[in-house]
Design a protein around this ligand. Structure first.
Ligand SMILES: Cc1ncc(COP(=O)(O)O)c(C=O)c1O
Length: 393
């Protein structure tokens, strides 16, 4: 086994000094090693891929779809995505030139930021948030400006945004994720309109990560692109709505000028997505069976959310009822102090329940835990029982 020559230690990209392995993964891996642990950690659907998608992937393999496909994705999938955006959100995107299929939403985030950011550019990110945005922005040498939204129920208000933008000066991009990982909070049409109004007079691009758009419970998802079409890059995909995180299918929908540059970066980075995965995603976006599968999962998540929220509330946690995604962001009971990392570790050690400390999601997250309900109802009941036992000791 070759060992890296020690003289190479200082030869890495200097920007990598600004990033570290995801603390979420590290915490989850350590907790996973505890025998008998109940995990409410990762944002990974526990459902199987819908049969209609499995069959589409099998057919693709049997058809020998084993060649490079168009870099922006197969025409069938781009058409299905255009249908999905029009059908669900009333947005028109041309499959030829305004949609790029990516390797999960993750690659969409990379490609969008890479296409926009020069070293020193300012990127605004409301927090607590999915940590990947900041990591990628940091690797690109961006100056990240965070906005702590905890004082406003984890919703970015137009006032907060306006003030930050005015102070910062030239902001290249704002990254907005809703429904939110980690809070489950989403935005109403009115709230989005108010944000769009702030940005309309600027030359800032909004990267709207809408990967959880199909997991909205009491309402229907509205896309920011409805109010700011010319400046919005929508990121979405099949990972959550199709329960196919491992198939790695995401997409970018954006005005042609933006989609072209993002598509170029994407093409230079990955050439093209995998054929069987793209085939599997088609029914997620454009078939009755796919829609029904998502509807079924949404109903199950909603039931689990209600059980988890009410159980945690009974235990003294403060939870603003999350209306989307599959996370509960719970403030620790007053009796437990505010050290979320210590409390999460205590839950692992004493209750054998794994959650994620809120502070791992940036400013405003300290004193909270993120609990994922993308796990079985049995696990949720068991976790609540164990936490109750620990707190009653
Ligand atoms: C907000 C958000 N965006 C993007 C992703 C990545 O999605 P994908 O698995 O499609 O790359 C996740 C995954 O958890 C997420 O929570």
């Amino acid at each position: 086994m070759p060992e890296m020559s020690s003289k190479l230690q200082s030869r890495f990209n200097r920007q990598l000094k600004n990033v570290a392995p995801s603390p979420i993964r590290v915490f989850d891996m350590k907790a996973s090693a505890v025998p008998g642990i109940v995990k409410l950690t990762l944002g990974e659907p526990d459902f199987n891929v819908p049969d209609v998608s499995k069959q589409a992937a099998i057919d693709s393999i049997n058809n020998n779809d084993s060649h490079y496909s168009p870099s922006a994705g197969t025409p069938e999938l781009r058409k299905a995505i255009a249908h999905f955006m029009a059908d669900r959100y009333g947005l028109k995107y041309d499959p030829n030139g305004e949609i790029v299929v990516t390797i999960g939403a993750t690659e969409a985030i990379y490609a969008a930021l890479f296409a926009l950011i020069n070293p020193g550019d300012k990127v605004v990110i409301p927090t607590p948030t999915f940590p990947l945005y900041e990591a990628i922005a940091a690797m690109l040498g961006a100056q990240v400006i965070t906005i702590d939204t905890s004082s406003n129920g984890f919703v970015l208000s137009p006032e907060m945004l306006k003030e930050t933008m005015a102070k910062a000066g030239d902001v290249k991009a704002v990254v907005l994720n809703y429904p939110s990982n980690p809070t489950g909070v989403t935005y109403s049409a009115d709230q989005l309109k108010a944000i769009a109004d702030v940005l309309a007079d600027t030359d800032t691009v909004v990267i709207a990560d809408e990967i959880y758009s199909e997991l909205v419970y009491e309402d229907h998802h509205t896309s920011l692109a409805k109010f700011l079409p010319g400046q919005t890059v929508i990121l979405n995909g099949a990972s959550k709505s199709g329960a196919m995180t491992g198939y790695r299918v995401g997409f970018v929908a954006a005005p042609a000028g933006l989609a072209k540059m993002i598509g170029m970066v994407h093409s230079l980075m990955i050439t093209s997505p995998a054929d069987p995965s793209m085939a599997a995603a088609v029914p997620v976006f454009a078939s009755e069976a796919g829609k029904q599968a998502t509807d079924k999962m949404r109903a199950a998540y909603q039931e689990r959310r209600d059980v988890l929220v009410s159980g945690l509330t009974d235990l003294g946690f403060t939870v603003a009822k999350p209306n989307g995604a599959f996370y509960v962001f719970a403030k620790l009971p007053a009796s437990q102090g505010t050290d979320d990392v210590a409390f999460a570790q205590k839950l692992v050690d004493e209750a054998k329940v794994a959650t994620i400390p809120g502070s791992y999601f940036g400013a405003g997250g300290a004193g909270y835990l993120r609990l994922s309900y993308a796990t079985s109802m049995d696990n949720i009941h068991e976790a609540l029982q164990r936490i109750t036992k620990m707190l009653n000791k």
